[in-house]
Design a protein around this ligand. Structure first.
Ligand code: BES
Ligand code: MN
Ligand code: ZN
Length: 499
């Protein structure tokens, strides 16, 4: 269960009201107003506190007043009196407020608005609510005993312009729906999420929203010559699936923006078996497809006026008697041949055909793929940034801008001839891992993909480091983050949708 968030015009009696205090102990403008209403009770309370004021950013303290209407007030530190807030910071504030109040059984009202945060835009209230909503999602469906302490049901945020804030919150709630769907399918284990079941979810979730969903099985892919993708799948009992999602929000003549997601529902490494230690984490290896799914849900819910194609390329990478072997050579749909030197470099083989298919069939004006492609990206950028690669500076810039405004961070890495030479094979057109003297594993993987986009305007986002979190991030708890839905929705909205 997630918290129900809404906008309201003013503080409410017999709720827990949250107001702001700065690190120097001064009350924010709206807290001052409440303090006056309570005849100085907040300030008196603050004086008597042992640890005062709650100075560290987002520290909270709960006060009890004698006023029946506002008996419980929570003060939250908004940081330095002149701290600059933006969308992302406001969302973090909302998440912090949710975290501090999740165990309450009365409704929470957040009395913090643009004035308290030195912002001119009123939509801050919606972003505070959005932050709380994102934070409240939890993957607990397999817990027979749910956490009984997390009981907060409703959270309101005060706004001076209720109508406008409601409108903003409506769009943000649809984004949250997409993020939650992504988080859910990424969190599910590989015995529940496999190519067919994930395709089924795409059909069930998206068709009612007006998205055309088409599912291709192994036979259809064989006819198309997708031997690279099929080679990865051939060791598994689970049939591979390609889900093609189409949202036709733009005009008929407009060529679409295509999103392609790596959907390896479990990556054991194949015959080049992975070590056992953290192998279970490879159930997350379909996060690229999961993000495409969530993104299309959001796009459809908000009826974005743009044509979007989503391709979810779903396979399971397993070792077996029928699995591909190191040394095998396959001919991809593009006609280019691949020498498979390591069956654990399977993501690029899956994407090779999915990218080719997407550009060949839809002639998209832009094609963006998302993939948990390399462990090397985690070495380079940690869990803070996704790796961004592109053959187009303008596109990279647009994605980077969306990354700044949504807080889903990306960092661009280079693509060059040197790295491209690194994947030339002696006996085929290319090999699926680079020669050992060429390092930069995330770059050589991206170079591989680049050979399958047919010079189209393209970007690749390596999300291996950001698609889950092993700590408590601001806007989500431990586990799947849903990274990419907010980023790419913003990208579409700002650059592609006809206003
Ligand atoms: N799915 C993995 C990449 C990965 C690693 C994702 C860690 C999330 C966390 C990918 O298929 C893989 O195995 N890549 C290999 C490539 C290597 C064989 C060239 C890797 O990164 O080790
Ligand atoms: Mn692998
Ligand atoms: Zn993989």
């Amino acid at each position: 269960m997630v918290v129900d968030v809404a906008i309201t015009g003013e503080l409410r009696a017999s709720c827990v009201n949250v107001v702001g205090v700065y690190s120097d102990g001064s009350l924010s403008p709206n807290a001052e107003l409440l303090d006056k209403e309570l005849r100085g009770a907040i300030k008196r309370n603050l004086k008597n506190l042992e640890k005062r004021p709650p100075a560290k950013l987002f520290d909270t303290v709960q006060l009890t007043t004698e006023d029946d209407r506002y008996s419980c007030v929570v003060l939250i530190s908004l940081g330095e009196p002149d701290k600059k807030y933006d969308r992302t910071e406001s969302e973090k504030l909302g998440a912090a407020i949710y975290k501090a109040t999740a165990k309450l059984d009365t409704d929470v009202v957040v009395g913090i608005n643009a004035e308290d945060l030195h912002l001119s835009c009123d939509c801050v209230s919606a972003h505070i609510a959005f932050g709380a909503l994102l934070k409240s999602w939890k993957f607990d469906k397999y817990k027979t005993e749910k956490d009984k302490k997390i009981i907060l049901e409703r959270l309101f945020v005060v706004s001076k312009n209720v109508e406008k804030s409601n409108e903003a919150l409506g769009e943000l709630k649809a984004i949250a729906e997409g993020v939650f769907l992504t988080r859910l399918v990424v969190s599910e284990p590989a015995n529940v999420i496999y190519p067919k079941s994930l395709a089924e979810i795409a059909l069930k979730e998206l068709s009612p929203l007006g998205v055309e969903v088409e599912i291709l099985g192994a036979d259809e892919m064989r006819k198309l010559g997708m031997n690279s993708l099929l080679a990865v799948a051939q060791g598994s009992e689970n049939e591979p699936q390609l889900a093609v999602l189409r949202w036709n929000g733009g005009s008929k003549s407009e060529s679409p923006v295509a999103f392609v997601g790596k959907g390896v529902t479990f990556d054991s490494g194949g015959i080049s078996l992975k070590p056992g230690d953290n192998m279970h984490e490879m159930r997350y290896d379909m996060a690229g497809s999961g993000t495409v799914l969530g993104l299309l849900k959001t796009v459809a819910l908000n009826k974005l006026p743009v044509n979007v194609v989503g391709v979810m390329a779903m396979v399971e990478n397993m070792p077996s008697g029928s699995a591909q072997r190191p040394g095998d050579i396959v001919k991809s749909m593009s006609g280019q041949t691949i020498e498979v030197l390591n069956t654990d470099a399977e993501g690029r083989m899956v994407l090779a055909d999915a990218l080719w298919y997407a550009q060949d069939r839809f002639n998209p004006k832009t094609i963006i793929d998302l993939a948990t492609l390399t462990g090397a990206i985690v070495v380079a950028l940690g869990h803070e940034f996704a790796g961004l690669f592109s053959n187009c500076d303008e596109l990279a810039e647009q994605i980077y801008k969306s990354s700044l405004s949504t807080g889903e961070k990306v960092w661009r890495l280079p693509l060059t001839e040197h790295f491209d030479r690194g994947i030339d094979s002696e006996i085929a057109d290319m090999q699926n891992i680079a020669k050992s003297n060429i390092r930069g594993g995330s770059i050589t993987a991206a170079q591989f993909l680049k050979r399958f986009v047919n010079e189209k305007r393209w970007a690749h986002i390596d999300i291996a480091g950001v698609e889950t979190s092993d700590g408590d991030l601001f806007i989500c708890s431990k586990g799947s983050t849903g990274f990419g839905v907010r980023l790419l929705y913003d990208f579409l909205r700002e650059n592609c949708a006809k206003q």
